[in-house]
Write a protein of this length. Structure first.
Length: 382
């Protein structure tokens, strides 16, 4: 007879080790999963150091069947989200589980009970742990994920819905191939349109100034929260979060794939692409028990020598509110597309985009890209 399921809060170092290492156990034979650097995962989960935990509270849980760990989940409350959106919701994240409805339900119910006990009237997820991190459940396009995008087995959708959760929002990622035979004709048409829009609305676009990166990142920080303020689920970054984002991007971003736009001389928006460092992580194979210096040496070889990065991801496109509906987003996107078609990357990932954001969806379609991944947020009301 199979042992029953028990879900226990992470309270000891041994518990945390089990929680921390569980993805390597679960995805051991999955060719699409990309293991994170151990230091990156520690930084994400460390509630004393990760800047988002300054305004969040939460606990980690492990599901056990006898002496065997069979799943994990985090339950938490993002107080800044609730204040910014006038909601009383909690979240679940770090959800990993075998294809076992009993275990999945036990984990999800534990998270729901945890947030309900703290005054929430619903729980939403998955999100680990903000919209700036991995968020949403992959429900279509089960291939290797790009940098900072989630990956999970297809059966998670079935398990979450069986536990009484309903879909509340979908996002998508688009892909665009560099070698699409229609690209040059498309670019010529978009160039004429962009030039007209720029002249009509006094828009100028410039690349990132490599000689003044510190100043450029200050400008990026000033624009970031303005540009994303009205996006679903968005919570303005704190100064520490913005500093951490800039530090992270500064390690591997491609300055040839970053642009600022101005309207009549006033900073109005930005777009930034980053090389898909997941390809490097996949080749480096970080895992518990292997010293990170060895992993980093493997990563350096894969990045600089083997040149395994073939995709660039465009995660950041934003236009400040006073300058929307002037074509600034389209002009910025054209500049990135032009660089993509004539650059070293084989394809570009545009994501994520809210499926009900018709402006951005239409823009992505107009650039000849196609949807290749879909993600979903779930919610359970009490």
């Amino acid at each position: 007879m199979a042992a029953g399921i028990s879900v226990r809060k992470v309270v000891s170092q041994a518990d945390f080790k089990t929680f921390f290492e569980f993805p390597w156990v679960l995805y051991h034979d999955d060719p699409n999963w990309v293991p994170p650097l151990l230091s990156m995962r520690r930084a994400l989960l460390d509630q004393q150091k990760h800047p988002a935990w300054e305004y969040m509270e939460g606990d980690y849980f492990v599901a056990w069947r006898g002496e065997r760990a069979v799943g994990t989940i985090a339950a938490y409350i993002n107080h800044r989200h609730n204040e910014f959106h006038d909601e009383r919701i909690g979240w679940f994240g770090a959800f990993e589980v075998y294809d076992d409805p009993e275990t999945a339900a036990a984990l999800l119910n534990t998270a729901a009970d945890w947030v309900r006990a703290r005054g929430c009237d619903a729980i939403r997820g998955p999100q680990t742990f903000t919209t700036h991190d991995e968020c949403g459940l992959l429900v279509d396009g089960f291939t290797q994920p790009v940098l900072l995008m989630p990956y999970n087995p297809p059966y998670y959708e079935r398990l979450i819905e069986a536990a009484g959760f309903v879909a509340v929002k979908e996002t998508v990622s688009f892909t665009k191939l560099r070698d699409d035979p229609h690209n040059e004709a498309l670019l010529e048409r978009l160039r004429r349109i962009s030039q007209g829009v720029m002249k009509r609305n006094k828009i100028t676009v410039r690349p990132l100034d490599r000689r003044n990166l510190k100043r450029e990142f200050v400008l990026f920080k000033e624009l970031y929260n303005q540009a994303w303020e009205k996006n679903w689920g968005f919570v303005p970054m704190t100064e520490r979060e913005l500093d951490a984002l800039v530090k992270s991007l500064g390690q591997f971003f491609d300055p040839d794939l970053a642009f600022f736009a101005e309207v009549d001389g006033v900073p109005a928006g930005f777009i930034m692409a980053v090389p898909d460092f997941n390809a490097v992580l996949k080749a480096a194979k970080p895992r518990p028990g292997v010293p990170e210096i060895i992993t980093l040496l493997r990563a350096l070889w894969a990045w600089r020598v083997a040149k395994v990065i073939k995709i660039t991801r465009i995660p950041l496109l934003g236009v400040a509110a006073p300058f929307r509906n002037k074509g600034v987003d389209a002009v910025l996107a054209f500049n990135i597309l032009d660089r993509l078609v004539h650059g070293p990357y084989e394809s570009g990932d545009f994501g994520w985009i809210l499926k009900d954001n018709t402006t951005m969806m239409n823009l992505a379609h107009s650039f000849g890209s196609r949807i290749y991944k879909t993600y979903r947020f779930y919610e359970k009301a009490f």
